[in-house]
Write a protein that binds this ligand. Structure first.
Ligand code: PLP
Length: 389
């Protein structure tokens, strides 16, 4: 892939100029924390400064920016703005789901082995409280998570809580097939799409999941502690885990807030986290989401698919390092599997050369984004060559 132009149809040229990344840094670790684009950094600076002059913050500001961001996120997953709530963390979003889904002692909650903890602990807790069984699908030898998961969905399944791709190595889960299986047995589908939304298409109108939680500080290029929870319309009359004033009907009228209301704002807004009108961070999320929508998820995903595909092929060819086969891997996400495990010193050696990746489970994650260049990849392979040959 050339740095200078989009040679492969949809692929984007490197967008490094839009980020504050020094030339000698090869940051291939979006799955850890993405860098903020310059435009988002400026928006955050302006947002934080508003608190220095609170007389400039008016009642409408508590609503306008949040509603813009709600709609931008909704557009990203083909949802309606009404179906999106603000959740600061995936654990918070899953707590909203776990608080509301009825489950019986005879039923099972199904997850994947080595799944990210924020989509595990809420379900372990629910199982403990209700006597339902907590089940984790073993890692399939052939990386076919979809078939493995389907074989666990039957009449006893109450909840399926999974990601769109595995956070250790990008192993892909076909959510349309899983959702159809859930529907056929009356199970509820909860998705943690933190490691995919923004870099891999996810269409809630096609999939029809029940809940989808997304943290924004990775593939949404957004701030820490401002995330989202998609809630299917059929759950929007459920009970939120907390009760904040802005989620109630009529909250726009500050003078009338003591006229307590039993009714909520419309749609999923009742699930918004308290103090969701975050003047410092909301503009950051807005700027980053606009950038992603401008690039389009399709072009981002194609760019990253080509990038990770080339790295996977070279790692296999030059060093015999395996990864999930392309057709079973999310295009943006690569986990390198070294026979005998990731050499313990390798991440340290890479960091010493300003090459940033991360180890999770048995895989070394290489997760590039549109700021990366061919040079970054050369730096990665220079260290691999020095350490492995
Ligand atoms: C798959 C996945 N989900 C969620 C998170 C973050 O969870 P939380 O927002 O609860 O801190 C991460 C962070 O690494 C993750 O990899």
């Amino acid at each position: 892939m050339a740095n200078s132009g989009s040679s492969a149809g949809l692929a984007l040229a490197s967008q490094r100029h839009l980020f504050e990344i020094p030339d000698d840094v090869a940051f291939l670790n979006c799955a850890y924390i993405s860098p903020l684009p310059k435009v988002s950094l400026s928006a955050g600076d302006r947002g934080l400064r508003r608190k220095a002059q609170p007389w400039t913050i008016v009642a409408a500001d508590f609503f306008t920016s949040s509603e813009t961001v709600r709609k931008l996120f909704a557009d990203l997953i083909n949802a309606d703005a009404d179906d999106v709530a603000f959740a600061p963390a995936v654990s918070y979003g899953m707590a909203q789901a776990a608080h509301n889904i009825p489950i019986r002692r005879t039923q099972r909650i199904v997850t994947l082995s080595e799944q990210f903890p924020s989509n595990v602990y809420p379900w372990m807790d629910l199982a403990e409280r209700t006597g339902a069984a907590f089940v984790s699908v073993p890692r399939p030898g052939d990386d076919d998570w979809t078939s493995a998961l389907l074989s666990f969905i039957d009449g006893s399944t109450g909840i399926v809580a999974v990601p769109q791709c595995h956070w250790t190595d990008g192993g892909l889960i076909d959510l349309e097939a899983i959702a159809a299986a859930c529907r056929s047995v009356g199970a509820v589908l909860c998705v943690d799409a933190t490691q995919s939304v923004g870099a891999l298409p996810l269409d809630v109108k096609r999939i029809d999941p029940d809940f989808v939680a997304v943290a924004s500080y990775k593939w949404l290029l957004g701030p820490y502690s401002l995330g989202f929870l998609y809630i299917a319309p059929r759950w929007q009359r459920a009970r939120p885990i907390e009760h904040n004033w802005i989620a109630r009907e009529g909250s726009e009228d500050f003078a009338g807030l003591v006229n307590y209301s039993h009714d909520f704002q419309s749609g999923a807004r009742r699930f918004d986290v308290g103090e969701r009108s975050n003047f410092a961070l909301m503009p950051v999320a807005e700027a980053s989401l606009k950038l992603i929508l401008q690039w389009t998820v399709l072009r981002i995903s194609e760019t990253l698919r080509l990038r990770t595909g080339a790295i996977a092929e070279r790692a296999r060819g030059e060093f015999g390092i395996a990864s999930v086969p392309d057709q079973r891997r999310a295009g943006h996400y690569l986990g390198l599997r070294f026979s005998g495990g990731v050499p313990p010193d390798l991440p340290k050696r890479l960091a010493a050369a300003n090459v940033y990746v991360s180890v999770r489970g048995q895989a070394m994650r290489v997760t590039p984004h549109v700021w990366n260049t061919d040079d970054d990849v050369e730096k990665l392979f220079a260290v691999l060559k020095a350490e492995l040959s």
